[in-house]
Design a protein around this ligand. Structure first.
Ligand code: 5GP
Ligand code: MG
Length: 468
């Protein structure tokens, strides 16, 4: 099983000052994209320095470590925790060789065909260790580099074979190479920082590094940063189609980021307004499931003219309920994470807003909690259509059996989570809230139709035929 990484990456190129403090700030801005581990690699005078650790960015990097990360060029990574795995082996950036030179690479995303590429790489005598997707990308590029000796063209030649969603930063010598999969599934932006240029998974990281967003790295674009400037750009051969992951706007990105020119906060607010139109309900209070559903709930309150109340308080030190390995612990942790304000919900008809439902565990607990606090009715509105299919491109969505919406109607989901009603945002509602054409979005987890051919889906089809 590959590491399903929904992570964050950053790369900076400065002139005359150290990159490490910038990377540290950028990674802290991307902490929500991964809390398991973090790493930084920099270069100075041709020497690669790298440090990584388990935990949150500010816990890992002491001043001493940052001082050791010398040089004005560097990349960094935060890794999303996946169930049951907390090992430093999987931390990125990974270090590898480009002929005799040390290089490092960090990626956000998943390849759907990495097993096939790994076999091919292994037949060429390359030893592969852990970290399936990231190592596969690095070694595929290294093999091409043996032929071309030119890194730009090695990347352009290796990438068409890498099928999936990925945003990658690579450091070699005093250059950063940043590139994005040809469909632009995973996000990557380019901008200035104080004293140079940078790339990051989200624009908020550029701002925290003292700079600003200039533009998105284009799907399939390879950009090279050198001596504090954008040195050049080129394109991976591709069809020109796009498939941006809708879940970045729904849940994953910070609301203070902008992706493909569309502010995340605005999308979530429009989703709330739209839900109020599509699925109105008589109620006394609109309550968000914090933190991720606040803008949606504000939109719903505005659209429905029902008062908004922060009736559930989140303990900000509990983060990991979603990825806990067993159901029992997830359930009891939800109780530690969220707690109702006494009195606020008593005798009230409540509309509960959440960004998405995956397994339904969190929601079931929350509905119970809201009833326990005295609510007389709990209607749930979800800021995304039903998630019914797995994600193969880097979002931690499990197999179909675990997804509560698979094979269930809204009424059946309501029953499963114990709510009076559950209504999801419609597909047109989602697409219009994001404001990009539907054909430019990846909606695979909603439709089961993926923007690239997914080998695992063939197996599924085959299996179901055999069962039949
Ligand atoms: P469920 O309990 O239905 O499995 O989880 C849904 C909740 O988890 C939603 O409130 C949503 O905010 C959050 N969520 C959705 N996707 C992810 C994810 O990939 N990672 C984490 N940590 N939380 C998620
Ligand atoms: Mg949530």
């Amino acid at each position: 099983m590959p590491a399903r990484d929904h992570c964050g990456v950053v790369g900076v190129s400065l002139q005359g000052k150290g990159a490490a403090p910038y990377l540290f700030r950028g990674l802290r801005a991307l902490q929500h994209r991964g809390q398991e581990s973090s790493g930084i690699a920099t270069t100075s005078h041709g020497t690669l320095h790298h440090r990584k650790g388990l935990g949150l960015v500010h816990e890992i990097f002491s001043q001493e470590m940052l001082d050791a990360l010398r040089g004005s060029t560097g990349i960094g990574h935060v890794r999303y925790p996946t169930t049951g795995s907390t090992d430093l082996e999987n931390a990125q950036p990974i270090v590898f060789k480009l002929r005799d030179e040390d290089a490092a690479l960090a990626a956000n995303g998943d390849l759907v065909n990495y097993e096939r590429i790994r076999r091919r790489i292994q037949t060429q005598g390359v030893e592969l260790l852990g970290n399936a997707d990231t190592e596969t990308i690095a070694q595929a590029i290294a093999l091409e580099f043996n032929h071309t000796r030119d890194l730009d063209s090695a990347i352009r030649r290796a990438c068409p074979e890498l099928v999936g969603g990925y945003a990658v930063v690579l450091i070699a010598g005093n250059r950063i190479y940043a590139f994005r999969d040809p469909l632009g599934i995973r996000p990557l932006v380019y901008g200035t920082v104080d004293g140079g240029v940078a790339v990051a998974s989200e624009s908020v990281a550029l701002e925290l590094m003292g700079g600003k967003l200039i533009r998105d790295v284009l799907p399939g674009e390879v950009i090279v940063l050198e001596r504090g400037q954008l040195a050049r750009t080129s394109r991976i051969p591709s069809s020109g189609e796009r498939a941006h992951c809708m879940f970045e706007w729904v849940y994953f990105s910070r609301p203070d980021s902008i992706a493909e020119g569309v502010p995340i906060y605005d999308v979530r607010h429009r989703i709330g307004l739209r839900l109020a139109q599509e699925s109105p309900v008589e109620a006394d209070l609109v309550v968000p499931v914090p933190d991720s559903a606040r803008p949606q709930a504000l939109g719903f309150a505005e659209g429905s003219r029902i008062p908004y109340a922060e009736a559930l308080i989140k303990n900000r030190f509990v983060e990991r309920t979603f990825i806990l390995p067993d159901q029992k612990r997830r359930e009891s942790e939800v109780r530690v994470k969220l707690h109702p304000v006494p009195g606020l919900l008593k005798g009230k008809r409540v509309v509960l807003l959440d960004d998405s439902i995956v397994r339904g565990t969190t929601l079931r607990e929350i509905v119970q909690m809201v009833r326990g606090a005295g609510a007389t009715k709990v209607d749930v509105r979800i800021g995304c259509p039903p998630i019914r299919a797995p994600c193969y491109f880097g979002v931690d969505m499990k197999d179909r059996q675990q997804l509560v919406a698979t094979g269930r109607t809204e009424a059946e989901v309501a029953q499963a989570v114990g709510a009076d009603s559950v209504h999801y945002l419609s597909m047109p509602g989602l697409v219009q809230a994001i404001t990009l054409p539907a054909e430019n979005l990846c909606l695979g987890c909603l439709t089961g139709k993926y923007p690239v051919d997914v080998p695992e889906e063939h197996h599924r089809f085959q299996r179901s035929l055999e069962e039949f």
